[in-house]
Write a protein that binds this ligand. Structure first.
Ligand code: GLC
Length: 557
């Protein structure tokens, strides 16, 4: 039986604006992890000039926008998510002029630019934290427990492992949900609100088209900072509301930012967006972040964590679409990012599954984020020696999943992020610099080396090696993105499930049908139409289609 899904309706207009449906509703946005994308100066670390030089590649790939991870002044205790000056570019990555040039070049190419903003915490080298009097007002300080205050104020654990509190030499304690070098800001202080609004305006004035909001579920802590009562708390992230994550109070902040973004955009005739990195226990709670007066998008990590199994995928897709449709928002699909095991490896070390998962994602209604290198089918690098690792979680004996990762919800992720592909769950393996060309490291990444060693066998995976090869993953992405732009039925709009054998998903979009065979072997079914694009060679004989195992096919109907 064909089941009609509640299709995402057009975005409700924010009050007082004449905004159209919104470019972001079906945009494909490419994540540039700046330090690993392209290096222009030979120090082995990717930079803004390197990224700018490669923008034509992204234009040619067919994405609509680029998200740049933090390139701000930072001691790099957590890959730049420890910001010491939100208005300065770290010399590692270039200058403010380089940022300006990059934004202009992107716009000239028709690409939008989203930058990261990190509001939950700063670096401990931030001037506010360096000044003890200011720090007491703007961060979360508490006296310790125990006879002489020698015990942390409560039992909260850092996402990276160990207690979430560090003691200063003045004897009090400050909260750091991430590394000790990342003290949590006190969002009860209005000065913090004012400062972040000013930071947003600073980057908007430079021309950015939006913000990816880091730890968007984190700024507000439960009153009284209550104990949780047990350990292994990192595993609860995304599985339940915690006194430090997904508190209802964060929504007032997002509402204020939406007013700022709308006001700014309206005055200039453009739409600037906010995308939440928010870990919420259910699709319904995640949808709260994308209510009409809040942010525009929120990464769908439940899809990212779904097992490669037809029923599981279908129920995550249904729940996501229903939840976002209930607030009039599109769903924001994602399979990989800089915090999780690359999906080629996570889905059982199978490039076939990864390619199929991508075609599935790009056929679903809504927007999609791609993580640099997934278009090359890069696997996670699993054999990095300990001496080259930089993930702070590794040094803190940390958690088993990525730092912002989900709980180990074994029902939804039987071989979840933590263990997939025999991973240790630290995040350096997905951050190895990109291979662009040549047979040997650094594969055209830059004129020097690369800050993490690249595998010796990546010569066949470079952009140059894959370009023009119709069987390559790069050309699959290019074709899929080209079709997505060309076919009116893809992107935002309705979808309906169609009948399919066990282990296979089938759904229609206007003019198109998508089949996904999640089984490891061929499945035959009446050919639903003419194959347009497939992640693996599909055959049609006498009106019977044979779907290869672990494949996804788009059919013209
Ligand atoms: C987010 C980032 C992650 C970082 C953390 C702390 O989860 O994606 O890389 O470590 O926030 O800022």
């Amino acid at each position: 039986m064909t089941q009609e899904l509640t299709s995402p309706s057009p975005a409700p207009q924010a009050p007082g604006t004449g905004r159209g449906p919104g470019w972001w509703r079906d945009a494909v946005i490419y994540q540039v992890y700046v330090r690993s994308f392209a290096d222009s100066d030979g120090d082995g670390i990717g930079d803004l000039r390197g990224a700018r030089e490669r923008l034509p590649y992204l234009k040619d790939l067919g994405v609509d926008a680029v998200w740049l991870t933090p390139f701000y002044a930072s001691p790099q205790a957590d890959g730049g998510y420890d910001v010491a000056d939100y208005r300065a570019v770290d010399p590692l990555f270039g200058t403010l002029q380089d940022a300006d040039d990059l934004i202009r070049t992107a716009h000239d190419l028709g690409l939008r630019v989203i930058v990261d903003i990190v509001p939950n915490h700063t670096s401990d080298r931030h001037p506010w934290f360096q000044d003890p009097a200011l720090a007491r007002q703007r961060y979360i300080f508490r006296p310790g427990k125990g006879e002489s205050g020698e015990l942390p104020p409560n039992d909260w654990e850092s996402v990276f492992g160990g207690p979430a509190w560090a003691r200063t030499d003045r004897g009090d304690w400050y909260l750091h949900l991430f590394a000790p070098e990342q003290p949590d800001l006190n969002w009860d202080n209005p000065e913090v609100h004012t400062e972040f609004e000013a930071i947003m305006r600073f980057w908007l004035d430079l021309g950015v088209d939006g913000f990816r909001i880091d730890v968007a579920h984190g700024m507000i802590k439960a009153p009284g900072l209550p104990d949780i009562g047990h350990g292994a708390q990192a595993q609860l992230i995304g599985a339940q509301v915690l006194p430090f994550f997904d508190q209802d109070g964060v929504h007032a902040i997002h509402r204020a930012w939406r007013r700022l973004l709308d006001g700014y955009g309206d005055a200039r005739g453009k739409q600037v967006i906010g995308v939440a990195e928010a870990w919420a226990p259910t699709a319904e709670r995640l949808a709260l972040y994308v209510r009409p007066d809040e942010l525009h998008q929120a990464f769908n990590f439940q899809f990212l964590n779904a097992p490669w199994q037809a029923d599981g995928l279908r129920s995550v897709i249904d729940a996501s679409l229903a939840a976002t449709a209930s607030v009039g928002a599109p769903t924001t699909w994602v399979l990989s990012n800089h915090d999780v095991v690359r999906h080629t490896t996570r889905l059982g070390g199978s490039l076939a599954r990864a390619r199929a998962a991508t075609l599935l994602m790009l056929a679903l209604p809504g927007s999609a984020y791609l993580y640099q290198g997934e278009e090359l089918g890069l696997p996670e690098v699993t054999d990095l020696p300990d001496e080259v690792r930089q993930d702070p979680a590794f040094f803190r004996g940390g958690r088993e999943t990525g730092p912002a990762g989900p709980g180990t919800d074994t029902e939804s992720a039987p071989d979840g992020v933590a263990t997939a592909g025999g991973q240790d769950g630290f995040r350096d393996g997905c951050r190895v610099p990109l291979p662009w060309s040549g047979e040997l490291p650094p594969y055209g990444f830059g004129p020097g080396g690369s800050w993490l060693p690249q595998p010796a066998d990546w010569g066949g995976l470079t952009v140059a090696a894959q370009t023009g090869d119709p069987a390559s993953t790069l050309e699959l992405y290019r074709t899929a993105l080209e079709l997505r732009r060309r076919l009116p039925g893809l992107g935002d709009g309705p979808m309906s499930w169609a009948p399919a054998p066990d282990g296979v998903l089938a759904f229609t979009r206007p003019g198109l049908l998508c089949t996904v065979n999640t089984l490891g072997h061929d499945v035959g079914l009446p050919a639903p139409g003419t194959p347009l694009l497939s992640s693996a060679p599909v055959t049609v004989d006498d009106a019977t289609a044979r779907l290869p195992g672990d494949s996804c096919t788009w059919w013209a109907i």
